[in-house]
Design a protein around this ligand. Structure first.
Ligand code: NAG
Ligand code: NAG
Ligand code: NAG
Ligand code: NAG
Ligand code: CU
Length: 237
């Protein structure tokens, strides 16, 4: 019985370990701000959470979904954090934005849509999730395409994107950290992401992403039950 309990706890810890968010720094650090995401070439399984932390200070950056073909333009129906501004010296704690991967069948491309003092995308503030390592749409080709872009689109996207979603806007917004261009809650309309650069709508809770995250929790809960059942079977046999 003691063995059973210890072994079960071990398996539970293993399942839980896969749930740890992957940390991505946005804009370098307070001592060395930079126009980049770090790391920027990411791999994920379904349900992987990326915690984008706005550490770059001073900095005013976004995490905005694009396409391989147009690396510095917002993807219609794509995810977007909005512009998160951090004053010089940084804020404690820095705001974060949690993006959950919901589809691993296609690569996910993203960039920073800030144009001041020059387009961040064109100087390498780009990233990818599950970029193929061979063929034409590799991470390196995406990065090279971005460097050819002289400008970048600033349309406002949504919390729910294509293949990845957030359930809340970046936060905490305190101690001088601000958000401009609040992403729409739920999914963006097909035209919403690529039009306009005015202020976004205020946010309310998103039923789409709530459903996604409870589905993910159900999958984890089911696999735990399955593991317990399997363990019982083996131990009792
Ligand atoms: C952040 O950048 C956006 C877009 O350029 C701008 O509208 C906003 O005022 C900036 N925020 C701050 C606090 O400067
Ligand atoms: C990341 O995922 C892509 C697509 O599934 C795959 O081609 C590539 O080999 C993976 N890269 C790493 C480093 O695992
Ligand atoms: C992101 O997730 C972390 C837990 O991993 C949580 O502490 C943080 O508050 C979340 N950020 C937002 C903006 O919800
Ligand atoms: C991935 O997870 C989402 C929920 O986050 C779920 O809707 C979807 O069906 C999952 N896809 C696969 C292939 O398991
Ligand atoms: Cu930026």
């Amino acid at each position: 019985m003691l063995f059973l309990t210890l072994a079960s706890l071990g398996l539970a810890a293993l399942v839980r370990a896969q749930d740890q968010p992957v940390q991505v720094q946005v804009g370098g650090t307070a001592s060395s701000p930079a126009f980049l995401f770090s790391p920027n070439n990411l791999n994920a399984t379904n349900g992987t959470v990326f915690t984008f932390t706005f550490t770059g200070a001073p900095g005013n950056h976004s995490v905005t979904q694009s396409s391989f073909a147009s690396p510095c333009e917002p993807l219609a129906g794509g995810f977007d954090s909005g512009w998160v501004s951090i004053p010089a010296g940084g804020v404690t704690p820095p705001p974060t934005w949690n993006l959950t991967v919901t589809d691993t069948s296609k690569p996910i491309w993203f960039y920073c849509k800030q144009l001041l003092p020059s387009a961040h995308c064109a100087v390498g503030m780009i990233g990818a999730i599950n970029a193929p390592t061979s063929g034409s749409n590799t991470f390196d080709n995406y990065a090279n395409n971005a460097k050819q872009s002289s400008n970048s689109g600033q349309g406002i996207g949504a919390l729910v994107g294509q293949g990845a979603s957030a359930s809340a806007i970046p936060g905490p917004l305190a101690n001088g950290a601000t958000l401009f261009g609040t992403p729409a809650s739920g999914s963006a309309t097909a035209t919403g992401a690529s039009s306009g650069s005015g202020s976004g709508s205020s946010s309310s809770s998103s039923s789409t992403s709530t459903t996604s995250s409870s589905a993910a929790n159900m999958i984890h809960a089911n696999s735990l039950v399955a593991l317990f059942a399997a363990l019982m079977g083996i131990t009792l046999a």
